[in-house]
Design a protein around this ligand. Structure first.
Ligand SMILES: [Zn+2]
Length: 453
């Protein structure tokens, strides 16, 4: 089914962003990288993208985090938001156009809840909290296939996250209780705070309209979060909320589901500290289709590392071909066609990568045989750059120091600036793995290339 945006040439896309109570784990980054590939490919196809990614800066886990650390809401969430944006930059995820914060949109959430109360889709419970009545919304469960259980009618959940595969009335507005401490707003709905789900409905519709093109997220957000977003939004507007939903599958660790209770949660920063380059991790993350689970192992990372190096060498080699004209101009176009052919099949990144590798092999053979001219090589290089505008894996400016390395050095300075020495140290190790030694001197940070030993 071809994708057609509502407005010709413009794609409006909403991406569930992080709850900034902790570092995001590598499974979260699988989703963020998949969304980045999607937005970059839409741009490759000539479309303009308006992407909104919310920052959830008030939610149950944040309040627990405040208790644990003794930090204020603002201190806790701004720290993890900055860390999140650093992680995105290191994985070369393009920034979204708009990053709305939940705490700055309480007014919009209150209006939406009021509308749901007026229309009879919401009710106030004994403790003053306001719930969405799933039995009133007849399409509830259409996205996930989870239907309200007849016996469970009227069962309620106040928690923002709930795993149980059963539909319950969920909290739109949580009346203040002692557990919330200083986190509350005095509003027309009373003293309290919004539920997590209403945040995304209010912020997506504010910036993208009541009906927009694409909503993405991880599989774990499909139920209940996205199901609840649809129910709240469509009940309030009477219109279709989202035209295309895309969910990325789970990331497993050594064949096992990643879960806190298993103790195998891996953070991006762990992998960086182990010395894996961000672009190796990015290549690994797109080595499976977003619709398939992916398995993180040392072997899969080593394979991604070797593959990325092979591609980088290919790009480097194209710049140094010096043969005479060979009239192989059609080759440059072949690469773009085979790449787009694979990506048009529901963003089939493994097939797209396979096409790029097959192409590199063929061109390497031509170069080996002295059958590729400089002009053609440079034309092919332009196609490789265009493909990499989507994949985001290569460095083309390897002069004194690549932009990627410059970025890492800057990220490290920023980490030192805010005294996050663990992050700074991890970035130092990454730079070292890439042959760059950084030293902190009284005059500031300096860097030089490691001498080959
Ligand atoms: Zn969301």
């Amino acid at each position: 089914m071809p994708f057609v945006p509502i407005e010709d040439g413009v794609v409006k896309m909403y991406t569930c962003g992080p709850t900034v109570w902790n570092y995001a784990h590598i499974g979260n980054y699988r989703t963020f990288v998949f969304e980045d590939i999607l937005r970059r490919y839409l741009k490759f196809k000539g479309m303009k993208v308006v992407q909104v990614m919310n920052i959830t800066d008030v939610e149950d886990k944040i309040i627990k985090g405040m208790k644990r650390t003794g930090k204020s809401l603002e201190d806790l969430t701004s720290f993890y938001e900055a860390a999140f944006k650093e992680d995105l930059a290191s994985l070369r995820v393009e920034p979204a156009e708009i990053y709305p914060h939940a705490t700055e949109h309480i007014g919009e959430m209150v209006s939406l809840v009021k509308k749901l109360l007026e229309k009879g889709y919401a009710y106030r419970a004994e403790d003053g909290s306001i719930y969405f009545d799933v039995s009133k919304f007849k399409n509830y469960g259409a996205l996930s296939g989870i239907r309200p259980g007849e016996l469970k009618a009227g069962a309620r959940v106040k928690n923002d996250s709930y795993d149980k595969a059963e539909a319950n009335d969920f909290a739109l507005w949580k009346a203040w209780d002692a557990e919330d401490g200083e986190v509350f707003w005095e509003t027309e709905l009373g003293k309290g705070r919004p539920g997590w789900h209403i945040e995304c409905s209010a912020m997506s519709m504010k910036y993208l309209g009541e009906t927009f093109d694409i909503h993405t997220g991880g599989m774990d957000n499909k139920f209940p979060h996205h199901e609840n977003e649809i129910a709240q939004s469509e009940a309030a507007t009477g219109k279709q909320f989202v035209r295309y939903w895309l969910h990325s599958e789970f990331l497993n660790i050594e064949g096992e589901e990643m879960h806190k209770s298993v103790g195998n949660v891996v953070y991006l920063r762990d992998l960086l500290t182990e010395g894996w380059a961000p672009m190796t991790i990015r290549l690994f993350l797109i080595s499976a289709s977003y619709r398939d689970p992916i398995n993180l192992t040392q072997t899969s990372l080593r394979q991604a590392e070797a593959e990325r190096e092979r591609l980088q060498q290919f790009a480097r080699r194209l710049t140094s071909v010096s043969g005479p004209a060979s009239s192989r101009g059609e080759k440059a176009k072949e690469l773009l066609d085979s790449f787009a052919g694979a990506m048009d099949e529901d963003l089939n990144t493994p097939a797209a990568l396979a096409a790029v590798f097959a192409f590199a092999k063929e061109i390497n053979n031509l170069i080996d045989g002295g059958r590729l001219g400089r002009e053609d090589a440079l034309e092919i290089l332009e196609s490789v750059k265009r493909v990499d505008s989507v994949l985001g894996l290569l460095s083309f400016d390897e002069g004194a120091i690549s932009q990627e390395l410059k970025d890492l050095i800057e990220l490290r300075e920023a980490a030192r600036g805010r005294k996050d020495f663990a992050a700074a140290d991890s970035l130092r190790k990454q730079l070292l793995a890439r042959g760059i030694v950084v030293e902190d001197t009284p005059e500031g940070t300096v860097w030089h290339r490691a001498t080959k030993g």
